[in-house]
Design a protein around this ligand. Structure first.
Ligand code: BES
Ligand code: ZN
Ligand code: ZN
Length: 490
């Protein structure tokens, strides 16, 4: 399927399906729309009169145009209130149009949407992202091919001129989002620390990235007792993955992205009970998925920034050599941790990953983790939590997320709450009281950062969608690859 921007208008395009976005209040058929309506023998007026189409977001209608007209089907797509028009409005409209065009078995599609912020390039990029992600379907684990394979051959973005560069950029970003989705959606009997490392290696070779994999013995030498404590019950060896993108010439800045890479979280001896979501805990490497997804996009976009991508990958399992609740682990910065709950394993793996990362001497570190159910309770499934020691970094990430259409909300790093993680016997416990559980988790991570500007994004709610929503089909979302790419490339 080919996506292309063009100078053609709704009046000059001819083909299968023409989609036109309309705001609430914009459904009175005047101007260019009236001219189009005339060309289409009054079909638009009829469609509006015969349906409840009112321009509200999510209200989309389509009908066949009778007679010998240049367009076979006309689709009207609600854009909501003009006052609420954002870049994500066109991205979401792109997704809605693509899904409808797929179900209508359209072969050629034209999309007419308003330009956001006088910026046709950004508009074309967002529409392309919306279209590409909505049409993506993961059939790797199905035995049968699709019942209705995609008929769509061409998508034209009307009245945007030539936007080849913006469309290519969107496709490279989606490439990264889809890589993340595929890593996260793969079940734990397919995606392990070993196969994750292999997948990253193949991607690194394809895109010319440097890769270093630390084996268990290497991690032992570095004193990564917290990470290895989690890994010790698994029959599959841990893999500490460190991927690097280096630009040609001197980098403008050096950044690091660290992702929680727990390929399955059983809870350990504090075993997750049924009903707790244990059956979706293959997604507990959502942070790693987003990290390496961002890497795949960044390797193609080639910004003048050096970026390190890191994950301490392992399963959290039970066995005769599992860590016991109450065990004391020593992390690679020398700090001791009393493990009062083996299900709070992500922060243990991240502790050593953060210590390793800070030694690289980067200008900023961002970690991503499906870290706490408490974050989901606080912010729901659509919004990730953001904690940061650095206001500038937090602002950069918020801007990047706004452009990417991935919602994050800053939460407090309330130092006082760390009192709840006091241990009688070690430097800290790994779990505090139930209240403010996502905040104490962030404060725990902060113990493993000394001075580098750092941000933590808890993606426990956003890494996975139970049902289709916005640009995401049900399943792994690839959140927040778009935000990370925008941040690195800004
Ligand atoms: N992987 C989970 C967090 C999680 C929950 C991710 C829901 C995605 C969806 C994490 O390792 C965990 O088990 N956290 C515990 C912490 C608790 C023991 C303090 C939790 O949130 O219940
Ligand atoms: Zn857990
Ligand atoms: Zn976990």
């Amino acid at each position: 399927m080919q996506i292309q921007a063009t100078d053609k208008t709704t009046l000059t395009w001819s083909g299968d399906t023409l989609a036109v976005g309309l705001f609430v209040g914009g459904v009175t058929v005047t101007g260019e729309l009236a001219e189009l309506d005339e060309k289409l023998a009054g079909t638009i007026k009829e469609l509006i009169a015969e349906t409840d189409f009112d321009g509200k977001a999510g209200n989309n209608v389509v009908t066949r145009v009778g007679g010998d007209t240049p367009v076979r089907k006309i689709m009207l797509v609600g854009l909501g209130e003009t006052d609420h028009f954002k870049l994500d409005t066109v991205r979401l409209a792109g997704s809605a149009i693509a899904r409808l065009a797929k179900s209508q078995r359209s072969k050629s599609l034209a999309i007419s949407l308003p330009i956001f912020d006088n910026n046709p390039a950004l508009t074309a990029q967002a529409i392309t992202e919306g279209v590409t992600l909505a049409l993506y379907e993961d059939r790797r684990f199905k035995s049968e091919p699709e019942e209705h394979p995609l008929k769509l051959e061409s998508v034209e973005l009307l009245e945007l001129g030539n936007q080849d560069a913006a469309i290519t950029k969107a496709q490279q970003i989606c490439d990264g989002v889809i890589f993340a989705k595929e890593l996260v959606a793969a079940p734990a009997n397919s995606l392990t620390s070993v196969t994750l490392a292999n997948a990253v290696e193949a991607m690194a070779t394809e895109h010319g990235l440097e890769l270093e994999i630390l084996e268990k013995e290497d991690c032992e030498k570095l004193g990564m007792g917290a990470y290895l404590g989690v890994a010790q019950a698994s029959d599959i060896p841990p893999k500490f993955i460190h991927l690097t993108y280096k630009p040609d010439g001197t980098p403008r800045r050096k950044l690091a992205i660290v992702g929680k890479g727990v390929t399955f979280d059983s809870g350990g001896l504090n075993l997750k009970p049924s009903g707790s979501g244990i059956e979706t805990m293959k997604m507990d490497m959502g942070g790693a998925g987003a990290t390496f997804g961002a890497a795949k996009a960044i390797a193609q976009l080639k910004p003048d920034v050096e970026v390190h991508f890191i994950s301490a990958a392992t399963e959290n399992m039970i066995s005769g050599h599992a860590m016991h609740p109450g065990d004391i682990l020593t992390a690679s910065n020398g700090k001791t941790i009393e493990v009062n709950n083996t299900d709070a394993e992500g922060r243990l793996t991240l502790a050593d990953a953060l210590v390793f990362t800070e030694k690289l001497g980067v200008d900023a570190i961002v970690d991503l983790a499906t870290l706490t159910g408490a974050c989901v309770i606080a912010l729901g499934d659509d919004i990730a939590g953001l904690w940061s020691t650095d206001d500038l970094l937090a602002e950069q990430l918020k801007t990047a997320s706004e452009i990417g259409g991935e919602k994050i909300w800053q939460m407090p790093l309330e130092d006082k709450y760390f009192e709840g993680m006091k241990s009688e016997i070690a430097d800290m416990t790994n779990v505090g009281p139930r209240q403010g559980g996502s905040i104490t988790a962030a404060l725990f991570l902060k113990q493993f950062i000394q001075e580098t500007p750092w941000a933590h994004i808890d993606i426990a709610g956003t890494a996975w969608a139970d049902k289709e929503s916005g640009v995401n089909n049900a399943g792994a979302t690839g959140f927040p690859v778009r935000t990370l790419v925008n941040w690195v490339c800004s």
